[in-house]
Design a protein around this ligand. Structure first.
Ligand SMILES: [Zn+2]
Length: 117
C-alpha cells in the first residue's frame, strides 16, 4: 500500500461524512512510514490533523478535529510544547486588571502562582 492510498482511506469528514471528493489533503510532515496530513472539508470547512502509518501490512491512522489551517499546522509543528507555567502565565494575565480595559474579573479560584523552574 502506498502512502497516497493510505491517505485516501482517511479522506472523509468525521463532522459531515463527506467523501474524499470534498476533502483537500495536504502533507504537513513525512518521516519514514509516517505522514502527518491536514485535511480540510470543502462542505463544512472543518479540519482534521491525521497521522497515517503505512507499511507492508497495511495502513492505520488516527485523526483529531482541529481549527488549524494548513499554514498553522506547518508553523506549529516544530513549536515547543506548552508547559504548565505557560498556562499559569495566561491565567494570571487574564486575571490582571486592564487586560481588556474592562472591570477586573472577580477571582473565584485560589491564588495561582508559577511553579519553580
Ligand atoms: Zn465536513
Amino acid at each position: 500500500m502506498t502512502m497516497e492510498e493510505g491517505e485516501r482511506l482517511i479522506c472523509y469528514c468525521p463532522v459531515c461524512d463527506s467523501s474524499s471528493v470534498r476533502m483537500d489533503a495536504r502533507t504537513v510532515r513525512m518521516e519514514g512510514h509516517l505522514r502527518l496530513a491536514h485535511l480540510h472539508c470543502r462542505k463544512c470547512a472543518h479540519g482534521v490533523l491525521a497521522l497515517v502509518l503505512v507499511n507492508r501490512v497495511g495502513a492505520s491512522s488516527v485523526g483529531v478535529l482541529t481549527d488549524l489551517a494548513y499554514e498553522d499546522a506547518l508553523r506549529f509543528q516544530d513549536a515547543p510544547p506548552i508547559a504548565l507555567n505557560d498556562v499559569i502565565d495566561v491565567h494570571l494575565a487574564f486575571g490582571e486588571a486592564g487586560w481588556t480595559g474592562a472591570a477586573p474579573v472577580k477571582k473565584r479560584h485560589a491564588k495561582v502562582t508559577r511553579l519553580p523552574s
